[in-house]
Write a protein that binds this ligand. Structure first.
Ligand code: ADP
Ligand code: ZN
Ligand code: ZN
Length: 907
């Protein structure tokens, strides 16, 4: 068989795997067949050999395949199809799996289906039809469709597969991340009586027994008879032993279902039309359903209908498939734009948040400045001319970038297209949300993780159904199901929160660019401190660079002064978090009733608890880090895994009572400053505050209204806010960041200082910035103080070039990890051996490691690291593909080998 395949190879749904090299052991496809079949998505213009079940190996090349395959598949969804489909199963499986679908099913790309996986059931996304499998391969049958229509468009399926390929992530995990969270993650196990169980119940009911076992059995079976589908957990609690017996005797069966689904999903149902002359033979239940529909008219909600017709949802589905009735989800998502969403978008907790008030009339755009007009004059024609392109907007803080975004979006809407805008943290941009709602009203949908499942669901479906054409959201909103996308905007594109730090480890900004490419849309990346990657791309001519070099209204950038804390220490002999200079300035601010922001890049009260007798610090049991003291809870907690423990009164290591709190976090500064400046109203904004719903919107709102004098916070206060009353910004310290063994440390520090400095002087009064540091001559601090981006760019690029770091090279971080150190070491050794074996094939790739990761243990798992630097991205990708293949063969679990492409954090 091998030999004749070699010459005539056909690739199934090649478009799906564009750019992939197909893994030898994957069963994604395959077969050989003449390529004449009509309406078929199989394309075989290539005669080059590709791998089939491990026999051959070669890369698929893009040019060989038609690009529009998926779209055409989507259109052809109701045509008869082959019964084999590739499905990305939502599990940690490295490749799609093939399932057989009953020919009567209307299956299409992007549809959610339930499939068997080993001994359980799993949700999957249909990728596309596949050809017949080679003989001898057994294919299992899919169980059922989960939605009446595909949830993902062909474009999004394509994007998901791109992510899966580029980031080497299991496709199912990618699609899980792409869809709103509902249902997929929650499972309920429901229990039903079997025929045997029913019989047993009759027997037991007939015989009056004194045996307690039998009585319990009877009670359990009777309970289930009354409540079919009772939850497993409840049964176990109520009838512990009897339940175990019943399971053993096969009186009951357990079915895994999606919890939310059964509870919430509501279909609207109506007759598809008058019944045909010769109706198909209908079952009694089908007859009842049709009768009820004829008598009562269309049902908004299928549940009363089911009751009236004594039917089940499956009966409805069958009738739907037979074309006699129509099922739609409309009833459930009909809820339109809610007031709550309009008024308090960031908080949906129990207590209503104060309504955000932005100054002035937000519905009418201001008169654009000449600089803004010039940018738009360049930008808008790019949108109109159609086609993909990327523009980097480098605009200093306060230069009016937001207005550019809003104009671009308005322009999209005028052209009947949709627009997507990503922000790093939606909850921190209530002003932005208000502006969006003021300008675009009900066309706006918010998508972010702060929503309840229900709200996210509603927003998602409003977008899917085309009711909302503007999406404002965080990272995962890049997957918003918008059709006909005109522009994708990424605000604060340098922000590291765009990178997801769990599988799939995608970068929201980079995915946004690819999405724009697939959609033929314009991508606009904006920042005052662009990432080195984006600025480099602009320099290289890949991105078009636009600039806003002046602040609105001719305002000056704040003057920045660096305070040398070494000298401060020499002169005062005290290790104070606050220099004399900054203290004086704050006092002056208070006298002038002006507002101050203070940045400290560490939350909590004290950094750690140190024993003065033995020198031990209290460490996390799961991670190799010290625990941070939080005073409000009076507990020590881990900032990596969330572990928390009571504060010991004696050192657990040596029993000493001399425990000492070291360092200060934002909580302590807030506390101290309230004492130091008794007349001042001091508040704090960091992730601990952000966790309390409604709290940070309240803090931001009060600060904006001048009810807070001093706002202490972490980098959260540096992000994009526009508080005109702030005239002093103090940077207490960013030195911790500079000291990290991470090649991005300087870039991050530069961005942070520049951004926080950019919060000062946005109103009529000029702003001042004081930066305290022990490294006053460090270029990141110095150039940030000068607000000299291009100076920093050149300097930092020199460093990256010398050290072979991005954007000069492509980088990947590989971490072998396991709860047992031996296993982690073994996995690392396998990887190391593999690299040694193939190294010669990839001369342009530098492989560093193995070595313990800077964070040697996180969440109980030991971590051993490799860092790969490559002067060719294609080569790096090829090597990583081989690594994944190798790991699959070596039976290494995906979770044991973390692959992070373009890592942002290499700790
Ligand atoms: P950036 O995002 O570039 O830091 P913003 O978009 O927040 O800047 O704009 C800074 C301030 O200038 C905001 O208060 C905004 O309302 C205001 N602004 C923007 N464009 C104009 C304009 N054309 N005329 C008057 N004010 C403007
Ligand atoms: Zn001790
Ligand atoms: Zn921990």
């Amino acid at each position: 068989m091998a030999s004749d395949l070699e010459s005539k190879v056909v690739i199934v749904s090649a478009d799906l795997f564009r750019g992939h090299s197909i893994n030898p052991c994957s069963n994604l496809w395959v077969g050989r067949r003449p390529m004449t079949a009509q309406g078929d998505s199989l394309l075989a213009r290539s005669a080059s050999p590709v791998c089939i079940r491990g026999r051959f190996h070669s890369r698929l090349s893009t040019s060989d395949f038609r690009l529009s395959t998926l779209d055409s598949m989507d259109r052809e969804k109701n045509k008869p199809h082959d019964s084999l489909f590739d499905v990305a199963v939502m599990a940690a499986i490295r490749h799609p799996l093939t399932y057989r679908f009953p020919p009567s099913w209307p299956v299409s790309t992007g549809q959610r289906v339930l499939v068997p996986l080993a001994t359980r059931k799993a949700t999957g996304i249909v990728l596309g039809p596949t050809s017949k499998l080679a003989p001898g391969i057994e294919v299992r049958e899919a169980l059922r469709a989960l939605d009446p229509e595909p949830v993902l468009s062909a474009e999004l399926v394509r994007l998901g597969l791109w992510i899966s390929d580029y980031y080497l992530a299991p496709p199912g995990e990618v699609f899980r991340a792409m869809l709103p969270l509902r249902q997929e993650t929650r499972r309920a196990r429901r229990v039903y009586l079997t025929e045997e169980g029913r019989q047993r119940l009759h027997e037991l009911a007939a015989s009056l027994s004194e045996e307690s076992n039998k009585n319990q059995d009877a009670a359990l079976l009777a309970y289930l008879d009354r409540r079919p589908g009772a939850s497993l957990e409840i049964l176990q609690r109520k009838f512990a032993d009897a339940y175990a017996r019943a399971l053993e005797q096969k009186w009951v069966t357990v079915e895994e279902v999606k919890k939310e689904r059964t509870r919430r999903q509501v279909f609207a149902v109506r007759l598809a039309g008058p019944l045909p002359e010769h109706p198909p033979r209908l079952s009694p239940v089908a007859k009842r359903i049709i009768e009820v529909l004829e008598q009562q008219g269309p049902a908004e909600d299928h549940r009363p209908l089911l009751e009236a017709a004594r039917a089940q949802l499956a009966n409805l589905r069958k009738l739907g498939q037979a074309g006699l009735i129509e099922l739609s989800e409309a009833g459930r998502h009909g809820a339109s734009f809610t007031l709550r969403e309009r008024e308090a978008p960031a908080t949906v907790g129990e207590t209503p948040a104060p309504r955000w008030q932005a100054p002035g009339d937000m519905t009418t755009p201001p008169q654009l400045t000449p600089a803004q007009s010039a940018v738009l004059a360049d930008l808008l024609p790019r949108l109109d001319s159609g086609g993909f392109g990327v523009v980097l907007l480098h605009g200093v803080t306060g230069s009016g970038k937001t207005e550019i975004y809003l104009h671009l979006i308005a322009h999209c809407l005028e052209r009947g297209r949709s627009a997507l805008m990503l922000v790093p943290e939606i909850a921190l941009t209530p002003a932005m949300q208000s502006l969006f709602f003021a300008r675009f009203g009900e066309q706006v949908a918010l998508l972010h993780s702060g929503l309840t499942e229900r709200e996210r669901d509603d927003a998602w479906w409003r977008v899917r159904r085309g009711q909302a054409k503007v999406v404002l959201g965080t990272r995962s909103a890049v997957f918003a199901p918008l059709a006909d996308l005109g522009a994708v905007i990424v605000d604060e594109e340098h922000d590291s929160s765009y990178k997801q730090d769990e599988t799939p480890r995608y970068h929201g900004r980079d995915v946004a660019v690819v999405r724009a490419q697939f959609a033929g849309a314009l991508a606009l990346l904006g920042s005052a401190t662009p990432s080195l990657e984006s600025y480099w791309n602009a320099r290289e001519g890949k991105y078009h660079l636009l600039k806003l070099e002046e602040r609105i209204g001719g305002r000056k950038l704040a003057a920045v002064e660096v305070v040398d804390m070494r000298q401060e220490f020499r002169e005062t002999h005290t290790q104070m978090p606050l220099s004399r200079k900054l203290k004086e300035e704050i006092e002056a601010q208070l006298r002038a009733s002006a507002q101050t922001m203070l940045l400290l890049n560490r939350r909590g009260y004290s950094w750690f608890l140190l024993c003065r007798s033995c020198g031990q610090t209290q460490r996390c049991v799961n991670c190799s880090v010290s625990l941070t003291y939080h005073r409000r809870e009076h507990r020590l907690s881990c900032h990596y895994c969330g572990y928390s423990t009571a504060v010991p009164s004696l050192c657990p290591a040596c029993g000493s009572e001399y425990l000492h709190y070291v360092g200060e976090g934002t909580e302590k500064i807030e506390h101290k400053f309230a004492q130091l400046f008794p007349s001042a109203r001091v508040a704090r904004l960091d992730r601990d505050v952000a966790r309390r719903r409604g709290e940070f919107v309240r803090v931001l709102d009060e600060f904006r209204r001048g009810k807070i004098d001093i706002l202490v916070g972490t980098q959260l206060i540096a992000k994009g806010h526009d508080f005109p009353g702030v005239t002093l910004v103090g940077v207490l310290s960013v030195d911790i960041g500079l000291g990290l063994p991470d090649f991005r440390a300087a870039e991050r520090t530069f961005q942070l200082v520049t951004q926080v400095a950019g919060r000062a002087g946005r109103g009529d009064a000029p702003g001042r910035v004081l930066v305290q540091t022990f490294y006053p001559e460090h270029y990141a601090i110095r150039l940030a103080a000068e607000q000299n981006y291009s100076g920093f760019f050149s300097k930092e690029m020199g460093f990256r070039r010398m050290m072979h770091y991005p954007p000069i090279t492509a980088l990947a971080n590989i971490v072998a990890r396991h709860e047992k150190l031996e296993r982690a070491a073994q996995v690392a050794k396998e990887i190391g051996d593999f690299f040694t074996k193939v190294e010669a094939q990839f001369p342009g790739i530098k492989i560093l490691g193995p070595g313990p990761a800077p964070l040697a243990k996180v969440e109980r798992r030991y971590r051993i690291q490799f860092l790969l630097k490559s002067n060719s991205r294609a080569n790096l990708h090829a090597l990583l593909k081989q690594l994944v293949h190798h790991s699959t063969q070596a039976a290494t679990q995906p979770r044991e080998v973390m692959i992070d492409v373009d890592p942002v954090n290499i700790m």
